[in-house]
Design a protein around this ligand. Structure first.
Ligand code: SF4
Ligand code: SF4
Length: 390
């Protein structure tokens, strides 16, 4: 089989496994990505994701060849998911709802993609003879966007995600590393041009320069990866985003042109109604068991109940909806300090002339019982804020 014919067959088989895009490169990343990664790490922009800055992992990202002995080719694939069916302005205006990033509206993609990549790798073994192969989805130290760009799958936009001319950026990436030699594709050209919409529109100004995201300010990091008390100054900027953030994708003109609906896996990645602008009040009622049941097949389980309800408290605090006050009072003595602390913050922002006295006494009562210093600080500052209002 000739090189072109082989590539066509691989692409057809990749499509059969649900990968709408499939491109090949050598196990190398461009120097600009290596330098950018080093600078990002030197400046500590990875936040609490210390594992990303570990020397061994950094080196692996810079040198994909270290991920598999004798690796000759990297197959970069993309699985499309359904974009949100609302604009950010529409989502912002739904004060009783929380916004969940679109890829998390359906089932968890990690296991699905891994299984499919393994299926495709097994077929490659039949086509090309037995070779060593490894498959990766998101969690390994692999610079997936840099590899996708080098493979010609799409270019890395200024928001750092990969963009494809027809499909925009609504897809998830995966890779097969193989010792088989497959003709590489041409690197993708960058088509961001003079656009800076994602930089200008990012609610927390997390894109501090083209192609550089300060994770410590990024809502995706804060709501999913970060397991602590979210800095006060960022809480108000988060609006009603409770799991991830799609703002930089929603504003990207390439997503305005994206072919919607084609090639999306209806079994796994279609939105589940309840996660498409989720009801904040119902989420705040979830106990551990109810959280486990609702999100057992969803990537949202990653935040655990305490992370998600922390985010829900922030969204409520930003909503201006006084009807959330009773629910927030109920979680003021939750077993999780993260929830208690952020509920106190939200209560201080929501209470009005009618509810302030009641909220104030609940906060004082909780402060007397509280033993966690971080929550004590939240309670004290909430009490101070309310007293200033009275
Ligand atoms: S995901 Fe949201 S917060 Fe993060 S860079 Fe994009 S727009 Fe900014
Ligand atoms: S919004 Fe503009 S600058 Fe940002 S990724 Fe899209 S095209 Fe590039």
């Amino acid at each position: 089989m000739g090189a072109d014919e082989l590539k066509t067959v691989i692409r057809e088989r990749a499509q059969a496994f649900g990968f709408s895009l499939c491109h090949v490169t050598r196990p190398e990343v461009d120097q600009k990505h290596v330098d950018a990664l080093q600078q990002w790490s030197d400046e500590g922009l990875q936040g609490d994701m210390g594992w990303m800055a570990e020397a061994v992992r950094l080196e692996r990202r810079k040198n994909p060849a270290t991920m598999l002995d004798g690796v000759k080719s990297v197959i970069s694939v993309a699985m499309l998911y359904t974009p949100p069916d609302y604009s950010q302005a529409e989502a912002d205006s739904r004060k009783s709802s929380g916004v969940i990033t679109a890829y998390a509206h359906g089932d968890d993609y990690h296991e699905i993609m891994k299984k499919r990549l393994k299926g495709l790798a097994a077929e490659l073994d039949v086509m090309l003879g037995k070779h060593d192969q490894r498959v990766f989805v998101d969690t390994a130290p692999v610079l997936e966007h840099a590899l996708a760009e080098r493979a010609g799958l799409g270019w890395q936009g200024k928001h750092t995600l990969t963009i494809h001319k027809q499909h925009g950026s609504w897809f998830l990436l995966g890779e097969i590393f193989t010792t088989a030699e497959i003709e590489p594709d041409q690197r993708a050209d960058n088509h961001c041009g003079s656009c800076s919409a994602c930089i200008d529109l990012c609610p927390t100004q997390a894109i501090i320069a083209p192609y550089v995201v300060d994770a410590r300010r990024c809502i995706s990091y804060l709501t999913i990866e970060f397991d602590g008390f979210i800095p006060d100054a960022l809480r108000t900027l988060m609006g009603n985003r409770i799991y991830g953030c799609d703002d930089c994708q929603l504003v990207c003109p390439w997503n305005g042109h994206a072919a919607k609906g084609e090639g999306i896996d209806v079994d796994y990645l279609m939105p589940k109604g309840e996660n498409n602008l989720a009801d904040l009040a119902s989420l705040l009622l979830l106990d551990e068991e109810a959280f486990r049941i609702r999100f057992r097949r969803s990537p949202i389980k990653r935040t655990k109940r305490r992370g998600l309800l922390r985010n829900v408290c922030i969204a409520m605090g930003n909503s201006g909806v006084a009807a959330f006050v009773p629910g927030l009072l109920n979680v003021l003595n939750d077993q999780e300090s993260l929830i208690r602390g952020h509920a106190a913050w939200a209560l201080a922002r929501l209470c009005d002339q009618q509810s302030c006295e009641m909220v104030l006494s609940a906060l004082r009562l909780q402060l007397e019982k509280e033993s966690d210093p971080a929550v004590m600080q939240e309670l004290t500052s909430a009490i101070k804020d309310i007293k200033e209002l009275l």
